[in-house]
Ligand binder design. Structure first.
Ligand SMILES: Cc1ncc(COP(=O)(O)O)c(C=O)c1O
Length: 441
């Protein structure tokens, strides 16, 4: 990658780029919502399409000079329709959250009842969390998980029959199992609700056939483009044949909701990069990679279980694992792993015993490790490091009380700074990463 102009004109910002590349190259990224975009995607994102304004849709723009932009957007739409097998696609949402908001805006009135998975059970903020605009303007009823960590379908049905929602979300940000799209569809039909699958995390797995597709069962699908889809940051909304059968105007409603309902000009450089990523997703290698993500997640899960760790639902069907690390101890494990060069996030676990601020688990995923070329043997190594780091922070327990917490944070920071075992693991992680270069290879 060449940043020679940036180097000349703004050395400070150039150094930021070099530092971030160095961080990504030398660390193990286990955050399941991230990916490694190809150099082609990054070049498209850095192209002069960023200069253009093109409010509206192809052939119906408010500004002139959009002949080339129209071709880009139409090709992105065609490719998305092909890879996902849907009737209509809008590629303009700036990201996943605006895409979800556009769905509400398309089919709900202010005050309408909606349903989604609660945040502490793995749902996304835009599915109706109390602090989100989706709860300010609509009336979300949240469903949850059973004791075993799977979605509680009986509860979904009971709540749907009781509250008659206009819109039901199926999808999550931290759920390690396949979504029961067909069962949701039967429930949505009973109450006449629109059913939307938010496949932000799993879209790359869905298009590869590694995860069941929601398309035959739902009316709309939303996704981000920067997770397992391996594209630039962005969002898409798709309308299925089933959606058009329920509501022949649904495609128009979605387009109107995105623009002019919520957004102005689309980010054309982002649309080009999405188009490139979708082109990559059409290639056979993409499916091999998607299968590898799941194989690696299963291998990592098994290896962690071998060390006695407890996993939500006892394993995974997708790219993601949720693991208990003890009451309120997620942040200790996350911070110590960070020092060791392994990046992931603390997370609530099913039936969380403490709170989202002091969660009792960690969430990890295999997309980036797989995109770097790592396989099952590396997953065993990663599990071993996680166990070692977990043991290092074993003396730190969740405490209550403001002063106790403050004191403990101070001690913990010093502990992280001086611990020798974490330094040893950091060097080992660095060594492994050097064998799987991202951009330097
Ligand atoms: C299920 C789900 N939906 C929507 C989003 C929102 O995407 P963004 O962060 O791009 O707004 C996310 C992001 O993590 C997600 O996990």
């Amino acid at each position: 990658m060449n940043f020679e102009n940036l180097q000349k004109t703004d050395p400070v910002c150039h150094q930021f780029v070099l530092d971030e590349i160095e961080r990504q190259e030398t660390s193990l990224e286990l955050i399941p919502s991230e990916c490694i975009a190809s150099l082609s995607v990054i070049e498209a994102l850095g192209s002069p399409f960023t200069n253009k304004y093109s409010e509206g849709y192809a052939k119906k723009r408010y500004y002139g000079g959009n002949d080339v932009v129209d071709q880009v957007e139409l090709l992105a739409i065609e490719r998305a329709k092909e890879v996902f097998g849907v009737a209509h696609v809008n590629v303009q949402p700036y990201s996943g959250s605006p895409a979800n908001l556009a769905v509400y805006n398309a089919v709900c009135e202010v005050g309408d009842t909606t349903m989604g998975l609660g945040l502490t059970d793995g749902g996304h903020i835009t599915h109706g969390l109390s602090v989100s605009a989706t709860a300010k303007y609509f009336n979300p009823v949240l469903y949850g998980l059973r004791e075993d960590g799977y979605i509680d379908l009986e509860q979904v049905e009971r709540l749907a029959l009781e509250h008659k929602p206009k819109l039901i979300w199926v999808g999550a940000t931290a759920y390690p199992r396949e979504f029961p799209f067909e069962a949701f569809s039967k429930i949505a039909e009973k109450v006449g609700a629109y059913l939307v699958a938010d496949i932000a995390h799993i879209s790359g797995l869905v298009l590869s056939g590694v995860h069941a597709s929601p398309v035959p069962y739902v009316h709309m699908v939303t996704t981000t483009t920067h997770k397992t889809l391996k594209g630039p940051r962005g969002g898409m909304i798709m309308v299925t044949e089933k959606g058009l059968e329920k509501d022949p105007d649904l495609a128009k409603k979605i387009d109107k909701s995105v623009f002019p309902g919520l957004q102005g000009g689309p980010h054309d450089h982002q649309t080009l990069a999405i188009c490139v990523a979708l082109g990559e997703a059409l290639k056979p290698e993409f499916k091999v990679m998607a299968q590898g993500i799941v194989d690696n997640a299963k291998a990592l899960a098994e290896a962690l279980k071998g060390y006695g760790f407890e996993l939500a639902t006892d394993g995974t069907d997708n790219h993601l694992i949720l693991m208990s690390v003890g009451k309120g101890r997620g942040m200790f494990v996350q911070d110590a792993l960070d020092v060791a060069g392994i990046t992931l996030n603390k997370n609530t676990i099913p039936n969380e015993p403490v709170s989202p601020f002091f969660p009792s688990g960690i969430r990890m995923g295999t997309p980036i490790m797989t995109m770097r070329g790592m396989k099952v043997s590396e997953m065993k190594q990663v599990a071993a490091w996680i166990k070692r780091v977990y043991d290092v922070v074993a003396p730190f327990e969740h405490v209550v009380g403001k002063e106790e917490k403050k004191q403990q944070r101070k001690e913990f920071a010093e502990f992280l700074r001086t611990n020798e075992e974490l330094k040893v693991i950091r060097a080992e992680v660095r060594e492994l990463c050097s064998k799987f270069p991202i951009y330097k290879g």
